[in-house]
Ligand binder design. Structure first.
Ligand code: SF4
Length: 341
C-alpha cells in the first residue's frame, strides 16, 4: 500500500484527483497529517466518511513504533524506530538554546564505509522513502508533544545517495501548510558525492550544506573515507565553491578530530590553506569512541588548540557540544546493539 506521507502537497492533489475528489481536499488531509499529526484516518473529522474509507483502502499513514528510547543526562534523546518492514532506524533529538533539533536517518544502513562511523559494517539495506523520513519528525513530535524547529540529515545513511527522496522530504517538511520548517533550518550532511552537490545547487533550496571533510590530505581522507577515492579533496572543494556561488549560502565543514589521526597543527595549517576565501564555517567534532573502532577522541587541549589556530587564521571554527556521550550517540550505535541483522 502507498504511504500517504510520501507525497508533497502537489502530488497529493494529483492522488486525490485520481480518486475522483476535489484537489482542495488534499490541503485538508495534508494539514491533518503534518500539523495535527493524526494516527488514524478516522481522526480527520472534516473529511467525509466515504473519503476516509477511500483513503484507508489506498494508503497507509505509516506510524512508527518506538523499539527503544534512550535519554542522556544532557537531554539528548535517541530513538530506535521500527519502520514496519522488520528494519530499524535511528533518530536523535537534541535540545539547543535555539530550539529542538532532530537528526534524521535517510537510509537503512549505508554504502559509504567511512571508517570512523558506527554504521560501517551495517550492511546497506535500502533507501528510506520521503514519507519514512518525514515520519521520524512526526513520531518524535507525537512522543514528546513538541515542535521540531531544525532538521539535520546526519543520521544513518548518505542523504545524497538517496537524492530524490531526501529532496522531496525537504519539500514536504518545508511546506507552510504542513510542518513549515524553514529551509534555512534544514541541513544536509554529505560525505562528498560531488555530482549530487552540483545537482543540489540547481534545486534553489535554501538549506545548509554540510560537508564531512575530516582530513586535509587525500591520503588521510581516502584512508578515513573511501568516497575520497572517487572524488578527491580538490574536486570536492570545487563543487563546494560552485554551491556557494549558486546559492550564496555558507557551507559548514564537519571535521571530527581523532587522536593522532588528523588533529595536529600541520592538519590545521593545511585546513586553513584549503578553505581560505570560502564562505564557510568549520564544525569541530570531538569524535565519539566506537566499539572496536580504531579512532579515539582527541584531547581537549588539542581540540582547543586546533580551533584557536583556525580562528586566528581567518576560518570561523567552533567545537560542537558533545551530545549524549552517555548514550549511544554516534550514528548507528544504538541500531547496531539492538538489531542483529
Ligand atoms: S558517516 Fe555517514 S556517510 Fe559515512 S558511513 Fe556513516 S552514515 Fe554513511
Amino acid at each position: 500500500m502507498k504511504n500517504i506521507k510520501d507525497y508533497n502537497l502537489e502530488e497529493l492533489k494529483k492522488e486525490l484527483i485520481d480518486l475522483g475528489e476535489k484537489p482542495f481536499r488534499a490541503e485538508q488531509i495534508f494539514k491533518w497529517i503534518h500539523i495535527d499529526n493524526v494516527t488514524s484516518f478516522d481522526d480527520m473529522s472534516n473529511i467525509s466518511l466515504e473519503l476516509r474509507e477511500k483513503l484507508k483502502k489506498n494508503f497507509t499513514l505509516c506510524i512508527y513504533k518506538i523499539i527503544k528510547k534512550q535519554e542522556s543526562v544532557d537531554g539528548t534523546k535517541k530513538y530506535l524506530f521500527d519502520v514496519l518492514d522488520g528494519n530499524a532506524i535511528e533518530t536523535v533529538l537534541m535540545d539547543y538554546k535555539h530550539g529542538k533539533s532532530l537528526c534524521v536517518s535517510s537510509q537503512i544502513g549505508c554504502k559509504m564505509g567511512c571508517k570512523f562511523c558506527a554504521s560501517t559494517g551495517v550492511e546497506f539495506n535500502r533507501n528510506l522513502t520521503s514519507g519514512e523520513i518525514v515520519e521520524q519528525i512526526l513520531a518524535v513530535q507525537r512522543d514528546e508533544n513538541i515542535k521540531i524547529s531544525n532538521v539535520v540529515f546526519m543520521g544513518i545513511g548518505e542523504p545524497l545517495d538517496n537524492y530524490e527522496n531526501v529532496v522531496n522530504a525537504i519539500k514536504i517538511i518545508n511546506n507552510p501548510k504542513g510542518l513549515n520548517i524553514g529551509a534555512r533550518h534544514i541541513s544536509i550532511s554529505t560525505s562528498g558525492l560531488v555530482p549530487k552537490i552540483y545537482k543540489l545547487a540547481e534545486e534553489n533550496l535554501q538549506c545548509t550544506l554540510s560537508i564531512s571533510l575530516h582530513a586535509t590530505t587525500n591520503e588521510k581522507r581516502s584512508m578515513m573515507m573511501p568516497v575520497n577515492n572517487a572524488y578527491d579533496i580538490e574536486t570536492l572543494l570545487n563543487a563546494c565553491k560552485y554551491y556557494i556561488e549558486k546559492t550564496n549560502r555558507r557551507i559548514s565543514f564537519e571535521y571530527a578530530l581523532a587522536k593522532e589521526k588528523n588533529d595536529n597543527l600541520e592538519d590545521a595549517k593545511r585546513l586553513v590553506k584549503l578553505l581560505k576565501g570560502m564562505i564557510c564555517h568549520v564544525n569541530l567534532i570531538p569524535i565519539n569512541k566506537i566499539e572496536n573502532g580504531e579512532f579515539t577522541k582527541s584531547s581537549n587541549e588539542n581540540i582547543i588548540k586546533f580551533r584557536d589556530y583556525l580562528n586566528e587564521h581567518g576560518i570561523v571554527a567552533t567545537i560542537r557540544r558533545e551530545l549524549g556521550p552517555d548514550i549511544d550517540a554516534a550514528c548507528g550505535q544504538l541500531r547496531k546493539k539492538e538489531v542483529k541483522k
